[in-house]
Ligand binder design. Structure first.
Ligand code: NOJ
Length: 566
């Protein structure tokens, strides 16, 4: 794709809502139940929009709410253009769009283009025979030949991401195997078939016509595989019994082939169609970099998929070790790469989601999770906040016999899977934390929900929630934090990350993050006006350019600077 140029990069940024956006990620099952059945729903989301406004969110991203047998909790879609009765009706969704718009909150929905449910009407047809209208909509292959046995053997050694077993399932009616890169109930669509691509673009148009502001695109690396479906090479570092079974092979052939970018760009083009010019639509693509060259992997998406309407998630908040030096190096080269390519590139930072342990569990210390929040909400571009992170929710241990997640059931090394980070939102000190009025929440509540919830934290100016609210407000009000560039500076301490967010005539901010568990001093060498935010109640002030700043363990600080350009 040609490099996108704009005569004035600042204009390219200011006109686009993803710049500086705070996107709040809702896992609908776990956010708010309005019907008393123990599962969150769309009316529940509507009832919490005022709360989301109090966090200054720009947009919400809803994980799937489509009809589904829930083998992967909605990521197995049985009908792309409807709402599962568990979550409500299409009317509820329209109401949600209208009520969100009335509060100036945009709505992004999850699109799962790589696979459907095996209960989707396309697959129900496809599995019947080779010669039906949907016969080539999925990835079907004959069994391995010459096996010398009567048992059909899968055509290659590809593995299922969730359970780690073979990614192929036998269909006796067709006498062929179908590919399921994820759960056996999630057959992969055949993206090489233009009819499939058209059908998914039709799904996009259905939701765009209703007024959604964009999409989060699921599992995009799997859209294109090596054309001959050759074996994945064995992983020489794999240790049986220690590593996930999925990692017994290196996934060179089963995902990530170059057509991925062309397919995504085709979908991005839908967002630019004339019918959708009334407002700016945007999509964020889910792909975890797998090579050592992660910045190059991120850049491949910006280069291949029109950055005016698309950006890949940046998962360094999940991948990178929590060390100042790693972040310094990453931020410097990532942001230079974006700036050099096009002013339209929007960074898109997610520090957590429904697939990874909560921030508090990954970082270990509440103070570290707070300074991570300061960092996230002062980084450029879009930032994603997973529900509950704003009150410092932690993973909840789930007894193995109560595990729901299919990832927990396949490979014993996956432990109890992803349920622990999907437990119900903690709103109040009531029995089920105000999540449900029924008696059967789909996952147990955290045991500390009576003391740790929105109600309690709202009354405490030093709480996680108050910190998130202050940060949200600052990000929305300050053009330097919303649209400004980022400059990584040397602050004379290996433990402290320092950066400046600046925008001409709109103020300048200095951010300092102490990644260590000790008190450290640093000398940022800039003249500050005021300390605007810290995760400690009594933090130091910075007055002169030569001042030494002392940071508490894991402290994060934001200063407003004396701006020489004003
Ligand atoms: C990524 C989603 O976030 C995850 O929850 C799901 O299991 C897989 N894609 C498969 O759709």
């Amino acid at each position: 794709m040609a490099r996108t140029k704009h005569p004035n990069p600042a204009v390219a940024r200011d006109r686009r809502w993803p710049e500086g956006a705070i996107v709040y990620h809702i896992y609908p099952r776990s956010f708010q139940d309005s019907s008393g059945d123990g599962v969150g729903d769309l009316q529940g989301v509507i009832s919490r929009l005022d709360y989301l406004q109090s966090l200054s969110v720009t947009a919400i991203w809803l994980s799937p709410f489509y009809p589904s047998p829930m083998a992967d909790f909605g990521y197995d879609v049985a009908d792309y253009c409807a709402v599962d009765p568990l979550f409500g009706t299409l009317g509820d969704f329209k109401q949600l769009l209208a009520e969100a718009a009335a509060r100036n909150i945009k709505v992004i929905i999850d699109l799962v283009p790589n696979h459907t449910s095996d209960e989707h009407k396309w697959f129900k047809q496809s599995r019947l025979s080779k010669d039906n209208p949907y016969g080539t909509w999925y990835i079907w292959r004959d069994p391995e030949s010459d096996t010398g046995t009567n048992t059909p053997l899968p055509p290659n050694n590809w593995r299922d991401v969730l359970a780690g077993g073979p990614a192929w399932e036998w269909e006796p009616r067709r006498k062929q195997f179908y590919l399921h890169s994820f759960n056996v109930k999630q057959p992969d669509l055949n993206w090489g078939n233009p009819a499939v691509r058209e059908a998914i673009k039709g799904v996009m148009r259905f939701w765009l016509d209703l007024g959604v502001d964009g999409f989060r695109m699921d599992a995009v690396y799997w859209l294109a595989k090596e054309p001959l479906l050759s074996d994945d090479p064995p992983n020489p570092e794999y240790v049986e019994g220690e590593d996930l079974r999925y990692n017994a092979v290196i996934h060179d052939n089963s995902r990530g082939w170059p057509p991925v970018y062309a397919y995504l760009n085709e979908m991005a083009a839908v967002l630019k169609e004339k019918a959708y010019q009334d407002k700016q639509r945007f999509m964020v693509t889910e792909a975890y970099p797998s090579s050592h060259n992660r910045i190059a992997e991120y850049m491949a998406f910006y280069v291949g998929v029109n950055p005016e309407v698309a950006a890949p998630f940046n998962f360094e908040g999940v991948n990178l070790s929590w060390e100042a030096s790693s972040w310094r190096k990453f931020l410097k080269s990532f942001h230079s790469a974006l700036e050099q390519f096009s002013p339209y590139c929007v960074p898109s930072y997610a520090f957590g989601n429904h697939d990874v342990p909560r921030l508090l569990n990954r970082l270990g210390q509440p103070a570290a999770a707070r300074s991570a929040a300061i960092m996230l909400l002062t980084l450029p571009g879009m930032v994603f906040v997973y529900y509950g992170e704003e009150i410092g929710m932690h993973n909840v241990s789930i007894p193995p016999q109560h595990a729901h997640d299919p990832a927990a059931k396949g490979d014993p090394l996956r432990g109890i899977g992803r349920d622990p980070e999907r437990t119900p939102m903690q709103w109040t000190a009531d029995k089920y934390a105000g999540f449900t009025t029924g008696d059967n929440p789909w996952l147990p509540l955290a045991t500390d929900s009576r003391s740790n919830n929105v109600e309690v934290q709202s009354a405490d100016p030093d709480s996680f929630l108050s910190l998130y609210r202050t940060l949200g407000k600052l990000r929305q009000e300050e053009p330097a934090l919303k649209y400004g560039g980022i400059e990584i500076i040397d602050v004379g301490s290996s433990d402290v990350l320092g950066y400046i967010r600046r925008r001409e005539n709109s103020g300048t901010f200095l951010v300092l993050i102490n990644f260590s568990n000790s008190m450290v001093t640093c000398r940022p060498g800039v003249q500050a006006r005021t300390l605007v935010i810290s995760n400690y109640a009594h933090a130091s002030q910075l007055e002169a350019a030569n001042a030494v700043i002392e940071l508490q363990p894991y402290e994060g600080m934001v200063f407003s600077l004396v701006d020489s350009s004003q």
